[in-house]
Design a protein around this ligand. Structure first.
Ligand code: PHE
Length: 454
């Protein structure tokens, strides 16, 4: 009973679905708050270096592993490296994805609250203090955030059971370009607010004195998180690519789109934050307290425009988050479906239910349970720290070693990278050197440094 495995329908679909996974709350919510917490421009420069030097080669590696094996990420290592321990890299990825989804969906739920608040025009005529209060009351309350996270998980579930081409690909094709255009328009408004220049300076003038091991690890972690690498997400999507897909070119497109949107989000948030006097290090609330201000200030004279822009923005942000939650859900669903031979629909149900369960605790950990901490972090922050700053980079080390050494020695690397035409020998050499030595050693050193071992 060999069923034809699903596939993406077009080249554009491949790029947009992968970019849809990469572009999400990581760009618009997490990037600005990490940049804000870590001093701004210097963080961003280290982040950009990580994207080019470590990110792109790992995207290519994940693409190869997925397309070559045509199975879920844990199965992929089993297939390409039978009877070895490599399968644990895939399994670790599935676990990482699961943990990310549990807290990511909390923030995704917040975007729905903001869609709702925008739709009833609750932001009209309000000022900064209102937005700061409103966010802290909302995010610490019990029922509403949980309600929205459940709704969000169900939306994700719905697309997942519709399948790859109809669900994932079609939704990405419409939402991604729209979000892009809207952010560009809003950046135009944000940078022209009074006092915006201080925000622009924060983004472009590096203060190297602020760079500590923590800043470097945060930047590397953000690159992994934002590009959706280190956990087999792009590997799972690539298992639906066809032979014709050019892996190198697709990887460059995904990294460019993702990075461009993160930088744009920076130019949207910081000028606006500085303009109304919100601290750049405000943490996870940064986007949620800054943006409503942009809408109010930019269109104060024309309330209907403020209404439309705010509603549209949160809708698109929710959708960007949705294409990302879908991609993580798919990793786990494909794993359970293929490895445990559970019907796809049932596998999806297991994932949705367990994520709602754990997600609820993550949400409560910001409010009633905030005094339960481990290493000084509540559950929400613990999941975030542990996944983005530890598990993803660790996954990345193994993926690059697997691709650079194992796949290359078997000739698979060369074959997979060349399906769209021969790759320049120098570029090939460079990629292999990065994957074999540069990326693993760099990440390893960042770890040692962060944990005070040198
Ligand atoms: N890259 C996504 C974002 O920036 C989050 C994500 C992480 C998605 C890991 C898949 C895997 O929002």
């Amino acid at each position: 009973m060999k069923q034809q495995r699903a596939k993406f329908g077009s080249k554009l679909g491949v790029v947009l679905a992968s970019a849809g996974s990469a572009v999400g709350l990581g760009n618009v919510w997490r990037f600005p708050y990490e940049a804000g917490n870590n001093g701004g421009a210097a963080f961003i420069i280290i982040y950009l270096i990580s994207v080019v030097l470590i990110g792109m080669p790992i995207i290519i590696s994940e693409f190869m592993i997925g397309r070559r094996s045509k199975v879920n990420t844990a199965g992929a290592y089993k297939k390409l490296a039978p009877n070895t321990s490599w399968k644990w890299v895939g399994r670790l990825g599935v676990l990482t994805g699961f943990l990310i989804l549990c807290y990511y969906v909390v923030v995704a739920g917040w975007t729905l609250e903001y869609v709702y608040q925008s739709s009833i025009n609750a932001f009209h005529g309000q000022d900064k203090d209102f937005f700061v209060n409103q966010f802290s009351i909302f995010s610490q309350s019990i029922f509403r955030p949980i309600l929205w996270l459940v709704v969000f998980m169900l939306l994700t579930h719905f697309v997942i059971v519709k399948g790859v081409e109809k669900g994932i690909e079609r939704s990405s094709k419409i939402m991604m370009p729209l979000l892009f255009i809207l952010i560009i328009v809003l950046v135009g408004f944000s940078v022209s607010l009074p006092g915006a220049q201080a925000g622009i300076d924060f983004l472009i003038i590096p203060d190297w004195g602020k760079v500590t091991p923590k800043v470097v690890l945060s930047a590397v972690g953000q690159a992994f998180f934002s590009l959706s690498i280190g956990m087999g997400c792009l590997c799972t999507y690539a298992s639906y690519f066809s032979k014709e897909t050019k892996l190198g070119r697709t990887a460059v497109s995904v990294a460019l789109i993702d990075t461009f949107i993160a930088i744009l989000a920076g130019f949207l948030i910081f000028p606006a934050a500085f303009s109304v006097g919100i601290e750049p290090g405000a943490g996870p609330s940064l986007v949620f307290v800054t943006l409503p201000n942009v809408f109010e200030h930019a269109f104060g004279g024309v309330p209907i425009l403020a209404y439309i822009f705010s509603l549209l923005f949160y809708l698109l942000l929710a959708m960007a988050a949705l294409t990302s939650t879908i991609s993580i859900h798919e990793v786990i669903t494909a794993y359970i479906h293929e490895e445990f031979h559970l019907e796809r629909k049932k596998a999806a149900r297991v994932v949705t239910a367990t994520c709602i369960f754990l997600g609820t605790f993550c949400s409560l950990s910001l409010g009633p349970f905030r005094n339960f901490t481990l290493f000084d972090l509540n559950l929400f922050s613990l999941f975030d720290f542990f996944t983005a700053k530890i598990l993803l980079p660790v996954g990345g080390v193994f993926i690059s070693i697997f691709a650079g050494w194992y796949l290359d020695k078997k000739g698979i690397f060369k074959e997979e990278i060349s399906t769209g035409g021969a790759i320049h020998p120098l570029l090939y050499k460079l990629l292999i050197i990065i994957l074999r030595y540069v990326a693993p050693i760099a990440i390893f050193l960042v770890f040692l440094n962060q944990f005070g071992l040198f």
